[in-house]
Design a binder for this molecule. Sequence first.
Ligand code: NAP
Length: 332
Amino acid sequence: MPEPDTTVHDVVIVGAGPAGLTAGLYASRGRLDTVILERNMAGGQIALTELVENYPGFPEGISGFDLSEKMKEQAKEFGADLREIQAVTGLERDPEAGCWTVITDQGPVRARSVILAPGREPRRSGIPGEAEFIGRGVSWCATCDGALYRGRTVAVVGGGDAAVEEGMFLTKFADKVYLVHRRDELRAQPIAQERCFANDKFELVWDSVPRRIDGDQMVEALEVENVKTGEMRSLPVNGVFMYIGQIPNTDWLKGVVELDESGYIVTDQLLRTSQAGVYACGDAHLNQLKQIVIATGEGALAAVQTEKYLDELACALPGAENAAGGSAAASA
Ligand code: NAP
């Protein structure tokens, strides 16, 4: 455990994906005393993406890891204090000190404002064998584990951008990639679909859901059920990659800021949450499009709004503090 941090910072940013890092860049350039909390130095989901092709400025594409590292470097360059933690467990208001406390496994971090950018994590299917074979054939990260499947057969479950793009990446190594999707058309963007349909290594398994993962020491088969016919089929695979969507990392915020029924953080257009001085951005925020470019834009806006909030606090007479943020989400 590091020495206790007794400073009340200007802003603490929870999450170091594109949203959190961009918020950190803008806040530190705005000369705010800025702390960014990063779980496991992971850099968010983007760091696990093999190739990012739709972030402007990189016509050849850029690896998600490299883009994440550049964003970190840029935020640090302007003074953001990037700290590694394992977990964030709570957010508490200290009315007497007029600040917020983010509770982490590395101790509390206090600040006059908070930007929430905790991102999302892969949804689990819950089928038998999924938990048992983690690290022995079940994975959520083609970028991390793909090379283990050179010359082998894998199944990718899902029909969204992640499933199709990561499945495409796996065709670099695997001889065959089953794409198991519960409907008969993909959700992924047309350009990704075109590439998938043109790749001989893919076999599309339509209208099918995974039911069980089998094996002895390692994964040997994925049992799938055709939802239209009820027919069961055993796919002989060495690996199963699950890309059936994401869930926001917001359990620790329940009862503190307003969340929607799926756990996404509700804000108004200025990214104010239901608590004064707390802003939200990125994939865990309730918005229409989960893209890096949106996350970075939201990060910038959240930081600029935070600066304004702190300026207003500094100018306000005692007792006027709560008027600065108000219950914005409720009035959105
Ligand atoms: P997603 O778009 O929500 O797709 C999840 C897929 O899994 C869908 O095809 C869904 O089927 C299927 N699915 C959901 N629950 C299932 C279950 N219980 N059993 C079987 N299948 C299930 O998730 P994602 O692909 O992780 O993408 C998340 C977001 O990130 C999206 O907004 C996506 O556009 C974005 N993203 C963008 C890029 C890019 O721009 N290059 C890359 C990756 C991700 P249905 O289609 O039937 O609902």
